[in-house]
Ligand binder design. Sequence first.
Ligand code: C2E
Ligand code: MG
Ligand code: MG
Length: 428
Amino acid sequence: LAREVHRSQRRPGRLVVMMMDLDDFKNVNDSLGHPAGDDLLIEVSHRLLACLGDYDMAARLGGDEFAIILDSAATVKDAERTAAHILHEVGRPIRLGDNDVVVGASIGIAFGDARTIEAEELERDADLALYRAKSLGKNRFTIFETEMHIDAVRRMELTGELRRAIELRQLDVAYQPIVSLETGAIAGVEALARWHHPTRGTIPPDVFIPLAEETGLIAAIGRLILGKALADARRWHDEHPAHLTLRVAVNLSARQLGEDDAVTDVADALRSTGIDPQTVIIELTESALMPGEGVTVDRLTELSELGVHLFIDDFGTGWSSLQRLRALPVGGVKLPREFVTELPGPDGVGLARAVRDLTTTLGLESAVAEGIERPEQRLALRQLGYRLGQGFLLGRPMPAAELARVLRLTPSCGWDAPAGSEPAITLE
Ligand code: C2E
Ligand code: MG
Ligand code: MG
């Protein structure tokens, strides 16, 4: 690469460097064994070489990572065409023993020109583009842009600060009430992570949770949130006898659940706080349930055997198979805000009804509606048979101390009152 960079400084034309990474290689190794993984890498190498011209170069850097130097690409279009061709070829089924295996690949592309000085620069740019291709959903190529570099620097800074925030316990938990749609009585709370940054203000979980997952900090954050949430809930049970069965819902992401210690962490938090596991809900996103995300049925079973309830968050926005759902120890689902927002429009009604029917068919305990902002939405949900919900209309996420005040002022309601036990409502 250094030689090519050197040559390109004196020669018109572009130097193209690609970094390629297989998308689900680990699955192949895990499920079919390492010899099969080796065979797959060899076949991928053959296909890769077949896509390249005589003066192009390909190398395996290690694991499932490849680097490509294109000598024959005259234009950006040429490079894109080659990348698309490689993705197509690598993505065709590969015969391994008795199995046809499909692996996708992601490619990052960087262009060098007469101004490029260091080979490392090009490598880094291609790596950043690869990283972006992966985060955009894999099985695609992405061309480096300068702004990716800025992103990377910002991400690095933020990661350092997040690490410090965990040590200093600057991460906190906000609680959003889950209430009876009919009476407003409180059945539970959802614990939502908050990062109070000393200079940047409050950083939302949508930003720092994915960052924590990428950098492996998620396990530490998970333990922190679990510990705080379960301790708070335990205290509320003790201090507010009326709310003895108040449930606390904690979010666990797929990456988090994939960590070896995930179940132990939950068990430890249960033990050290002494909370009744029946009052604890673990919310998992649909993607956590998909095969191949590192979360096995065994792991979910172990988790549910601790006595906690498993709920699927944002149900209907992912890709879980109904067949699989039936086999898993799932207790309930959350109707996502995206659907509730559509209420009382016909699409929203259709979606909310479909989720309700499905939970009934699957024999799930409950469906909790999320993101209720307007009275019409609350009414529509009640008419559709939803008992419990959360949203800004019913209560915003709030600090623990404030929730304690709410508990003092609000009656409690059980999680699973039998259907029909509350008065029927009529349309106005
Ligand atoms: P989620 O689990 O679906 O949480 C619901 C989100 O909707 C929360 O955002 C909540 O503040 C927001 N929300 C509730 N009611 C309304 C409403 O009426 N209108 C609108 N517009 N929004 C409403 P938040 O706290 O920013 O959390 C975002 C996501 O971050 C969560 O989505 C969850 O996936 C993730 N998250 C939060 N805390 C944790 C955590 O401790 N661990 C993990 N792994 N993920 C977390
Ligand atoms: Mg949630
Ligand atoms: Mg949700």
